[in-house]
Design a protein around this ligand. Structure first.
Ligand code: FPP
Length: 226
């Protein structure tokens, strides 16, 4: 969800105003994704590298997550949305960690739409934590035999989620920025020149159309090409 700061700067507003509008874009996108038949949406809200930002901005982002869960949880629950938060729980302020746990617990039975919020998330950190947990399980004798991709994936934050088909980065930057590095190995990547606060249903529709133009081979050859 990139481009909040530039959106605000272009209007002479503080960066935090861009993040606030970013939450509205998130609400719009969750609704649009549901309307378009998408069942899994994962958004990158706060990276393990975002701690390098000024403390006031970090606090704003934490406050926005808190306010979003507090305001939207009952509606998300009613709408059949299962909420997950991926990333390192350790390091989150206790009130936020508690709220996140509650959101996950109270929506655990939902399956109509899966909203995953990557918060205090970095793919390298996730892979490292998963490796540590996998190694502990092996040392404890809980895992025996061959080590496999599928076995390792059970230790990732995304263990119950399918790999993403499409990764969209807004704001015209061409980077992955430590997002779902393992899971997006075969995702289609789309870089759109729209600042996140401006992102709307028509942008999502256009992204999906462009996705359908891609040919996914997963390392194989196109049938009939040999
Ligand atoms: C990147 O734009 C955006 C972020 C680091 C934060 C994204 C967060 C939200 C949209 C709100 C969080 C809300 C919830 C509900 C989790 P940037 O600030 O890097 O923009 P810039 O590149 O233009 O400076």
């Amino acid at each position: 969800m990139d481009g909040n700061g530039r959106w605000a700067k272009a209007r002479g507003l503080p960066r935090t105003a861009g993040h606030e509008r970013g939450v509205e874009a998130l609400r719009r996108t969750v609704e649009a994704a549901g309307d378009l038949g998408i069942r899994y949406l994962t958004v990158f809200s706060f990276s393990t590298e975002n701690w390098r930002r000024p403390a006031a901005e970090v606090n704003t982002l934490f406050g926005l997550l808190k306010a979003y869960v507090q305001r939207d949880l009952s509606r998300l629950k009613q709408d059949g949305v299962r909420v997950r938060v991926i990333g390192q729980r350790e390091g989150l302020p206790p009130d936020i960690a508690e709220l996140v746990d509650r959101a996950e617990r109270e929506t655990a039975a939902n399956s109509k739409f899966h909203l995953t919020i990557a918060f205090n998330y970095g793919a390298r950190n996730e892979i490292l934590r998963a490796t540590q947990a996998y190694a502990r399980a092996i040392a404890a004798g809980e895992v025996t035999g061959e080590l496999t991709d599928a076995g390792f994936e059970q230790y990732l934050d995304t263990k119950d989620l399918p790999d993403p088909d499409l990764v969209i980065r807004t704001s015209g930057e061409f980077r992955i920025s430590n997002f779902l590095l393992w899971q997006a190995a075969y995702a289609e990547l789309l870089f759109v020149d729209v600042l996140w606060p401006d992102f709307n249903k028509s942008h999502l529709e256009s992204a999906i159309s462009r996705y359908h133009e891609r040919e996914r081979r997963f390392g194989a050859v196109t049938p009939g090409a040999t």
